[in-house]
Structure formats: C-alpha cells, structure tokens
Write a protein that binds this ligand. Structure first.
Ligand code: GDP
Ligand code: IMO
Ligand code: MG
Length: 423
C-alpha cells in the first residue's frame, strides 16, 4: 500500500491533530516525520481535550501503531511528561508507540541555546517556542547531534558530556543573561531517558517499507505549517525543518513514489503565532473577534495567535509545493455571523498586481487585494451533513475550490471528532 500524508498549509495550528484522529480508523500506522515539542496537536472527543506534542495523533485508537520517525526531534523530558499524561486513559503506549533510532535528541542545553539565541536577537526574534528545536536541527545538520540509537551505546554519556560542554561555551558566547542550573536539568534529563528506554526503538525506515510491502495503510502526520518550512516558509521566521511534503520522505525514509493522497488542511481564515510577515493580518475588531470566537491561543505556549483573512495567494503556493490532492477546511463555525468575509486573491506588490507569493511579503512590499463574500448566519456546530451547510458557506467553498483547483473534502465545524462534515 501507499502512504497518505496530511499537512498544514498555513502557519501551523490548522487542526491537524483533530483530523488525524478522525482519519486514524482508516489506517494501520500513524507516523510523525518532523518537528518536535514545538507542535501542539489538539484532539477532542467524549468531552475531553488532549494536546499531543511529539506523540502521533493516532495514539487514542486501540489498533493503530504510532511511529516517531527519524526526522523528528525528541525532548525526553517533555516526552515522558506527555506519556505520563496518557496514563490515566490507560493507553498501552509501550506496545503502540515506536521510535526511530535515527531521531535526534533535544538536550537541556539545546533549550538554553534557543533561549540565548532569541534573547540576543532582541526585536528581531523569531518568536520561537523555545523548545530547543533550532539548536537541535543545527547539531543534526552540523553532524554533531545525538540520536535515540546512541542510547543503546556505552559511549552515550561521554557523547552527551562533550556536546553539553560545547553548548555551555556557546551559551556564554551569546553574552545574554540566561540563568540556569544545568545539574538540576541533567537529573531530570537522565531520569527521563531511563523512562524513554522502556519504549521500543526501531529502524523505522525499514519498518515502514516492510509495512508498505505487506499492504498496511500509513498516514504521515505533518507538524507546523508549510509557511513555516525552512526552505519555502517566510524565512527567517520559520521553524528549522521541512514541514512540506518532501519532509515526509526524508523524515520517514519512504520514497516519493510511495506517497499517494496529500491532504492539505487550512483554517477558513488565517492565524500565525510568533513573529514574521502576515499580509492579511487584521488589527481591528474583526481580527479580535476571530481570536475570541476561535480561542486562538497557542496550544504549546499559550501565546495569542495573530488572526486575519484567508490568503489564497499563499494557499495556492503551499498546495503547489506540497502536491496537495484534496483539501480540508477547518474552523468554519468560527466565522458564523460576521458582517462579511474577505479572501485575498492577489497582491499589489511594489505597484504591480501579482498572483504568486513573492520573495518579500513584508507589509512595505505587499498589499492584499480582496474579494468580498456574504457571511452565513447559522450556527454550524450541530450540523452533520453537507446538505445542511448554508448557501453562503457553499458559495465560499465553491469559490475556493475553483481558485485552488482542488476539492474540499472535509468541512470542520467544531473541535470535537464528531463535528466533521465529509463532502
Ligand atoms: P494543530 O497544531 O494543527 O493540530 O492545531 P491546534 O490543536 O494547535 O489548534 C487548532 C485548535 O482549533 C484546537 O484548539 C482545536 O481543538 C480547534 N479546532 C479544530 N478544528 C476546529 C473547528 O472546526 N472549529 C473550532 N471551533 N475549533 C476547532
Ligand atoms: P503545530 O504542529 C504554530 C512557530 C513558532 C515560531 C516559529 C519557530 O502545532 O501546528 P520553533 O519553536 O520551531 O523554533 O519556532 O515557528 N511554530 C509554530 N506555530 N504551530 C506550530 O506547530 C508551530 N511550531 C513552531 O511560533 O514562530
Ligand atoms: Mg498546534
């Protein structure tokens, strides 16, 4: 069988966790392929809300196997807390969760380096989640990183000590005031490693390719969003990995030809958390209403998410870069009752009207050009079938499908598993 792929088309928090949970019943294996505890994926069912960070969103289904691929970076401390959070639900994660030996470890000093780097940038800071993501991927590409498989070696402690020592010197180099007690952090780190070692480490590329041969169904779960991709995002205000479709190949070891469906997921409007350009951002009451109704606060850091209209220029770009085959529109319920809606269909870029995403999308270069829409008044949250959706919402959907040349196959009308309408 092939691998299907689900990824976010905006700046993250599109609702990936919810939809992976909804789709898991159709798959044997759910696999995360990049990112780490900077992700916060929310699932809601039976009146309970769960936020997952590194663990794939298929974990609550009895039969699914959940793989953490080589492209993921794991913080043992955060990870063990996440596991402990599952204990009260009696989730058998020891048999359902397996980890690639090639996944890199986030050390306590990576977190400190993240904080030092951000502090040194002042106003130009990325707005990182400060989970150590950037420094860990830097060590990976710099060929200094420590991997899960190293835990099985006798030289692990030595490797750790030498890398941590180097990090301490680097933190000093930043010349910023970062207070820390490394001894204390190390106690927590090494305790967490002992718990991590109770899980199964595998050569996940081998495991997944065997699974493909034996007709198992696999869903690759993206993290972050395509506009946070290290290559194709709004650099430098991005994360440190490839969040786009190609990242699934390198982050799992599956060949491009093995990818079948690419589910692209987007909110009916746009949000962003952290710094960086956002052409359709709203600074008025309308933006404030989106934030309030949509509860737009980061699942990881609790920071307020910036809100704005849907940006079709950016969305078209991310559909293309990812090879999206079908779309899913989230949080449609949030827009109910707005006076009107706007969709950005082109940019005025330095005096010229363009329909592609240019190199610079800062406010001084780009002014969005909008098409207006009537908004629906109905509360969508109790609707269960496409036939119930109001005319104005159908008009909005039809327009997006035409512009993006892709079908919108799911309309989400609330955070719960059940609030999901197939089309
Ligand atoms: P992810 O990182 O892509 O998994 O998304 P997050 O979990 O960070 O953020 C999405 C938020 O929107 C979560 O609080 C979800 O519970 C919530 N959510 C998902 N889909 C919907 C929806 O259709 N309507 C509403 N109102 N909330 C939704
Ligand atoms: P999910 O998977 C939203 C953003 C941060 C910051 C930038 C870099 O929940 O959609 P990093 O910690 O990676 O160095 O931060 O990327 N960011 C996210 N924004 N959702 C996420 O993940 C994010 N992961 C990182 O806010 O602007
Ligand atoms: Mg999130």
């Amino acid at each position: 069988m092939a691998v299907d792929l689900l990824l976010g088309l905006q700046w993250g928090d599109e609702g990936k966790g919810k939809i992976v949970d909804v789709l898991t019943k159709n798959y044997n294996i759910i696999a995360r392929f990049q990112g780490g505890p900077n992700a916060g994926h929310t699932l809601e069912f039976d009146g309970i809300k769960h936020v997952l960070r590194t663990i794939p969103s298929g974990i609550f289904h009895e039969k699914s196997i959940n793989v953490i691929g080589n492209g993921v970076v794991i913080d043992p401390v955060v990870f063990v807390k996440e596991l402990e959070g599952l204990d009260k639900y009696h989730i058998d994660y020891v048999s359902k969760l397996i980890i690639s030996r090639k996944a890199h470890l986030i050390l306590p000093t990576h977190r400190l380096l993240d904080a030092a780097s951000e502090a040194s940038k002042g106003k130009a800071k990325i707005g990182s989640t400060l989970k150590g993501i950037g420094p860990t991927y830097m060590d990976k590409t710099g060929r200094n990183g420590i991997r899960v498989g190293d835990l099985e070696l006798e030289t692990f402690k030595q490797k750790y000590k030498s890398l941590a020592k180097k990090h301490v010197a680097m933190i000093d180099f930043y010349d910023v005031d970062i207070q820390y007690d490394l001894d204390e952090m190390e106690v927590e780190f090494f305790e967490s490693l002992e718990k991590l070692k109770k899980l199964t480490f595998i050569d996940s590329e081998e495991y997944l390719n065997q699974a493909i041969k034996s007709e198992k169904t696999i869903l690759a779960e993206g993290a972050q969003g395509s506009l946070l991709d290290i290559d194709f995002g709004t650099y430098p205000f991005v994360t440190s990995s490839n969040t786009t479709a190609a990242g699934a190949c390198t982050g799992l070891g599956v060949a491009p030809g093995k990818i079948k469906e690419v589910y692209g997921i987007f909110k009916a409007y746009t949000t962003r958390v952290g710094s960086g350009p956002f052409p359709t951002e709203l600074f008025d009451d309308v933006g404030a209403k989106m934030a309030k109704v949509g509860h737009e606060f980061g699942a990881v850091t609790g920071r307020a998410r910036r809100c704005g209209w849907l940006d079709l220029v950016a969305l078209k770009y991310t559909c293309e870069v990812n090879g999206v085959t079908q779309l899913m529109m989230m949080k449609s319920d949030v827009l109910s009752g707005f006076d009107h809606l706007k969709v950005c269909t082109s940019y005025n870029y330095k005096g010229e009207v363009i329909k592609h995403l240019p190199y610079n999308i800062e406010a001084e270069n780009v002014t969005p050009i909008y098409t207006n829409f009537k908004c629906w008044k109905e509360d969508l949250t109790k609707m269960t079938e496409a036939s119930q959706l109001p005319k104005e919402l159908n008009d909005y959907i039809d327009f997006l499908e035409k512009e993006l040349e892709l079908p919108i196959k799911i309309v989400s009308v609330g955070p719960d598993r059940k609030q999901t309408i197939p089309r």
